[in-house]
Design a protein around this ligand. Structure first.
Ligand code: X2X
Length: 339
């Protein structure tokens, strides 16, 4: 073999090794999979928001990052109020979660659960998109989680199996399943109901067996989960609170990503969130029609009836505003007034 051909073969071998190394490191990068926790599956807009995020990230990182969605609170064994802590500690990499479920760890998030505080969709947008929204994201970030974007579970409505609810007295003594934030206990106590706290996983069997008389959730949840089939024949549209969703990432995961991938994660979360919010809102009227068609009796409140609920729950504001933070509540109030 001439020294020239030996050199060529050596060069070829080197090139081969370089290709091998490059493809190995490419597949090593490709193997980066991040977990995303959600409470509801992709049968619901909430789960679809997470899937949309995953899809966009896969596309824009060209496979460098794969978001794997784990629905039904499975990463926290069904206990949705532990989702935020699990994300903070790194047990979960990311989540698209409800402000309600994270509020035990981030008291500022109780802002959204203040009864009858958020009058309409424009108010929600003014709060999340303005100064108050920034303050809330700072509150989340100060607790070791990086928030990226907003989504929406929707305005929550109350249903039950006993009879129509059009005034606080109609809730008297009704056993109502509520989510895991103590504020809900206070709201339903103020209304004379008998609230009982349980996870979504436990709520459905409790409704089926009649262990509880009622529950509260957005129309999309009522519709997709077929809550009417577990005896919830009476639904009152009272819009007593809006339940936004937040796309977020564990701080250490965030720190481990380069600038480009962070930007992709953020922009895709914003896009997926905007897409999901628009869809959730657009679908509300069809969902209501579908629910009514299945025989559910829907009650809409007159202004006067609405006021009676507002007055009955005023004490909840008195108690919770200081826990949420006066400055934040004021910023939100100003945004709502200026909308
Ligand atoms: O548990 C609920 O009611 C649900 C699914 O709406 C939330 O996770 C807040």
């Amino acid at each position: 073999m001439t020294s020239a051909s030996r050199l060529t073969r050596f060069a070829a071998a080197l090139a081969g090794a370089a290709v091998l190394t490059a493809s190995l490191s490419a597949s090593a990068v490709q193997a980066r999979e991040l977990s995303v926790s959600t409470v509801l599956s992709d049968a619901f807009p909430w789960g679809q928001a997470a899937e949309k995020w995953a899809e966009l990230v896969e596309e824009r990182t060209e496979g460098r990052l794969t978001l794997r969605v784990y629905p039904n609170s499975q990463l926290v064994a069904g206990d949705q109020t532990r989702e935020f802590s699990a994300m903070r500690s790194g047990l979960i990499d990311m989540a698209v979660g409800s402000t309600i479920n994270w509020s035990p760890q981030v008291p500022e998030l109780n802002l959204f659960s203040l009864p009858f505080f958020m009058p309409d969709e424009a108010a929600v947008d003014a709060v999340t998109g303005g100064e108050a929204g920034k303050m809330i994201f700072e509150a989340i970030e100060s607790r070791g989680v990086v928030p990226l974007a907003w989504g929406e579970n929707g305005f929550r409505q109350v249903s039950n199996s006993r009879g129509p609810i059009s005034e606080p007295g109609d809730l008297d003594g009704l056993k109502i399943r509520v989510v895991g934030s103590p504020l809900f206990q206070d709201t339903f106590n103020a209304l004379g109901a008998d609230p009982t706290q349980m996870s979504w996983t436990d709520a459905q069997p409790a409704l089926t067996t009649g262990a509880v008389d009622g529950q509260e959730n957005p129309l999309s949840v009522f519709d997709v989960a077929r809550i009417d089939q577990v005896g919830q024949e009476y639904l009152t549209l009272w819009n007593y609170m809006n339940d936004p969703l937040i796309f977020a990432v564990n701080q250490r995961i965030w720190d481990s990503l380069d600038e480009e991938d962070r930007e992709i994660l953020r922009e895709t979360a914003i896009e997926a969130g905007e897409w999901e919010i628009a869809m959730t809102r657009e679908e509300e009227s069809e969902r209501l029609a579908a629910i009514q068609e299945r025989g559910v009796q829907v009650t809409e409140l007159t202004e006067e009836q609405h006021r009676a609920f507002v007055n009955a729950t005023a004490s909840v504001h008195d108690k919770w505003i200081s826990r949420i933070g006066k400055e934040l509540v004021e910023a939100a109030r100003a945004a709502i007034e200026a909308r």
